[in-house]
Design a protein around this ligand. Structure first.
Ligand SMILES: NC(=O)c1ccc[n+]([C@@H]2O[C@H](COP(=O)([O-])OP(=O)(O)OC[C@H]3O[C@@H](n4cnc5c(N)ncnc54)[C@H](O)[C@@H]3O)[C@@H](O)[C@H]2O)c1
Length: 271
């Protein structure tokens, strides 16, 4: 899909990868960009930046983990711009083991609520694009955060299911699986669940596992997404090494698990 003249909705659009996607879509000539986020002020700022560039935008305050908010977001976007061509279901958090239910709600359930809300319109028009921000953790694993590893695997599974189920009815699906990206993920996640919740993500950026192949900027990731969307490619891997790791995991699971244990020990300073 070429985003020109398309109506895009981006969740988590106020910061990081979502913010860069919003700005990039506007720059590429999208008809309108809906910036949805828990942080209403920051979403309004992104929408104002887009409008200042001469493009149409709408900021919507929403907790996408709430079914009512997710449905209201889709209704507001449709009321404002007629329909939705592209949904980037991007909002997510990383926290520790205490916050399983919040992680499940934000990182998985939100995608289900939003897909259910946008699909009827897309199927009726015979076209639409769903982009899911999972993570390399959704193909491999996340050391130190079981809920992040599990919920991001669930996002990949949901995206695959949607692609298989609706791919022949005009619905394109992509799944974005980066390693480290320089964003506010640690800080915005902690704000939601309490400052004491431990995470491998600091306020300054990704933990050492994610950063092992370098850290990208959110603008670089947005450029990868736009390029992959042009060919409607399912898997978007801004860090190409992830494809090799995934292949090794599939080829010999026992060997891969031993290697991950070694990596964990090395990063913990043990061996
Ligand atoms: N930063 C990385 O290294 C990295 C790597 C792989 C995947 N990801 C994924 O990228 C996505 C975007 O994160 P980011 O790194 O840009 O972080 P970020 O914190 O900079 O941006 C995320 C935005 O989502 C919003 N948000 C969080 N929960 C929300 C909710 N329930 N409802 C509405 N908005 C909500 C936050 O307010 C924030 O503005 C996440 O799904 C994250 O898991 C990030």
């Amino acid at each position: 899909m070429d985003v020109r003249q398309r109506v895009a909705v981006v969740t988590g659009g106020a910061s990081g990868i979502g913010r860069s996607l919003c700005l990039a879509f506007a720059e590429q000539g999208a008809a309108a960009v809906v910036v949805a986020d828990l942080d209403a002020d920051a979403a309004a700022q992104v929408a104002a930046t887009i409008e200042a560039g001469g493009h149409r935008a709408l900021a919507v305050a929403a907790d996408v983990a709430s079914r009512a908010d997710a449905e209201a977001l889709v209704a507001k976007a449709q009321d404002a711009f007629g329909h939705i061509d592209l949904l980037c279901s991007n909002a997510g958090i990383i926290v520790g083991d205490e916050a399983w239910s919040r992680m499940w709600a934000v990182n998985v359930q939100s995608h289900v609520y939003l897909a259910r809300a946008v699909l009827p319109g897309m199927l009726a028009r015979g076209e639409g694009y769903l982009v899911y921000t999972a993570s390399a953790a959704g193909l491999l694993t996340q050391l130190g955060s079981a809920p992040y590893a599990v919920t991001k695997h669930a996002v990949v599974a949901l995206a695959e299911w949607l692609s298989i189920t609706y791919g022949d009815r005009g619905i394109a699906v992509s799944c974005l699986c980066p390693q480290a990206v320089s964003t506010n993920l640690g800080a915005t996640s902690r704000r939601q669940v309490g400052a004491d919740t431990p995470t491998t993500w600091s306020d300054r950026g990704a933990g050492p596992q994610a950063a092992v192949d370098g850290t990208l900027t959110p603008d670089q990731v947005a450029a990868f997404v736009i390029e992959a969307m042009a060919d409607e490619r399912f898997l978007i891997l801004p860090h190409p090494q992830v494809a090799t790791y995934e292949r090794r995991r599939a080829d010999d699971r026992e060997r891969w698990l031993r290697g991950m244990r070694r990596l964990q020990a090395r990063l913990a300073g043990g061996r």
